[in-house]
Unconditional design. Structure first.
Length: 369
C-alpha cells in the first residue's frame, strides 16, 4: 500500500542504493531511513555486502556518481584481459571483460588482472584455479595421460607438444585442439588375412605385431589416421613377402618371414613417424584339401624315415655279427670260450637233451662236459 512516508531498514552487512525519479542519489548505510515521498519517486535497492561484487542494472550510473569511493573498488577489464578473484584467501571466480565493482569493507577481496594475448593459461595457482567449478566458463581444459603426448594446434596450426599433465587455454582467444598420441609400444592385430603363396596355395593367417610412435607430430599431420595407414602398409608388405615364398619354405621359416616383413615395412612407416617393433604370424590356416595332403606327405615322410632307421639298425646288427664270426674264426681260444658260454647257459636250465646227428659229435660234446 502506497504511503507518504517510506521507511527502509538497512542491516549491518547490507548497503542501500537510493534512487530518485530513476536517478541514482547515493548510498545508504546500516540503520533506518525515512523519506517523504508523496509522488512515489523514491526507491531504495538493498544489496548484501556478503556478496562482494555489486550487480545492478544501473551500475554505470552508480560508478559515475563517485558515491562508491572509499567503500568499493571499480575494475575495468579490457577485451584482452581477465581477472582472477580471491575472497578471504580462497579462489572464487574469473571475471570477463567489462565493468566490475566489489565492496571493500566486509570481506577481503584480492583481484589479479591477467593478459590473455598468450592463449595458454599459466599461473602459480593453476591447479587451484582449474579445480574451480567456474573455470570451465572461461577456460578450455583437459589433461594428457601418462605415457602420452599432446599435439597442440591453435587455429589449425601446429604449435608444440604438450607433456603429460593438465592443460588449459583461454576461451575465445584461439581455436584450441589437442590430439593425444600414445608413445608406448602398442599392439596391432591383422586377423583373417588371405594371401596366396608362390606355389598358388591360398593361406589364411592371423598376424600380430607391435609398433611405437617416434615422431608424434608426423603421425598426426602426415595422414588423417596413422593406425589405419599402418594396418594397410602391413597388409601390403605381408602379401609381398609371402607371395614370394612357397608353402614349404614358409612353414619352415616363419621367423625369416617376420624379419623380412619388418625390414620392408619400417622404411614405409618412417614418413608417418612410426616404427614397427615386432610382426609375427600367430596362426596359419591351410585349406582343408591342402591340410590333408600335407598330413599324408608328412606321414609318408615319417614312415620312410622310420623304415630307414630300421634298415640301418639291421645293417649294423648284421655287420656286428659278421665281425664277431670273423673274430671267432681267427681266434680258436675265443671260439672255445664262446662254446663254454653257450654250454653254461644250457646247463643252467637244469635239463640237457643232446641229439647227435653227426659221427664224432657226441665225443666232442662229452669232451666239453
Amino acid at each position: 500500500m502506497w504511503t507518504l512516508i517510506k521507511k527502509w531498514r538497512i542491516q549491518r552487512d547490507e548497503m542501500g542504493l537510493l534512487f530518485r525519479a530513476g536517478d541514482f542519489a547515493g548510498l545508504l548505510g546500516p540503520g533506518t531511513h525515512l523519506y517523504l515521498d508523496p509522488l512515489n519517486r523514491v526507491r531504495v535497492d538493498v544489496v548484501a555486502q556478503s556478496e562482494p561484487f555489486l550487480k545492478h542494472g544501473k551500475l554505470d550510473l552508480i560508478v559515475k556518481s563517485g558515491a562508491l569511493q572509499g567503500r568499493a573498488e571499480v575494475l575495468e577489464i579490457q577485451d584482452q584481459q581477465r581477472a582472477l578473484v580471491w575472497i578471504d584467501g580462497r579462489f572464487a571466480r574469473i571475471l570477463g571483460p567489462g565493468q566490475h565493482v566489489y565492496w571493500t569493507g566486509l570481506r577481503a577481496v584480492r583481484v589479479e588482472v591477467v593478459d590473455i594475448e598468450s592463449p595458454r593459461f599459466e599461473h602459480a595457482d593453476r591447479k587451484v584455479v582449474l579445480r574451480s567449478k567456474v573455470a570451465a566458463e572461461f577456460l578450455d581444459m583437459g589433461s594428457v595421460n601418462r605415457g602420452n603426448v599432446g599435439i597442440l594446434f591453435l587455429d589449425g596450426r601446429y604449435v608444440e607438444n604438450l607433456e603429460a599433465g593438465p592443460w588449459a587455454f583461454w576461451k575465445g582467444v584461439a581455436d584450441v585442439r589437442v590430439v593425444e598420441v600414445d608413445l608406448r609400444d602398442t599392439v596391432i592385430d591383422l586377423p583373417g588375412q588371405e594371401i596366396m603363396s608362390a606355389d598358388k596355395v591360398t593361406l589364411r593367417m592371423n598376424v600380430s605385431g607391435t609398433y611405437r610412435v617416434f615422431d608424434p607430430r608426423k603421425a598426426v599431420c602426415a595422414i588423417d589416421d596413422f593406425r589405419q595407414a599402418l594396418y594397410r602398409e602391413a597388409q601390403l608388405v605381408l602379401r609381398t613377402v609371402i607371395g614370394a615364398r612357397e608353402i614349404d619354405t614358409l612353414l619352415a621359416d616363419k621367423e625369416g618371414v617376420s624379419s623380412e616383413a619388418i625390414a620392408l615395412l619400417n622404411p614405409r612407416l618412417e614418413g608417418l613417424g612410426l616404427q614397427c617393433v615386432t610382426l609375427g604370424i600367430r596362426d596359419l590356416i591351410l585349406p582343408g584339401e591342402m591340410k590333408d595332403l600335407l598330413n599324408r606327405v608328412i606321414e609318408a615322410k615319417k614312415a620312410a624315415e622310420a623304415n630307414l632307421i630300421t634298415r640301418r639298425e639291421e645293417t649294423a646288427a648284421l655287420r656286428s655279427q659278421a665281425n664277431t664270426a670273423k673274430l671267432l674264426v681267427e681266434n680258436p681260444t675265443l671260439m672255445r670260450l664262446r662254446e663254454l658260454e653257450v654250454l653254461e647257459k644250457l646247463v643252467s636250465t637244469g635239463k640237457l637233451n643232446v641229439l647227435v646227428v653227426e659221427k664224432g659229435l657226441s665225443d666232442r660234446v662229452l669232451n666239453l662236459i
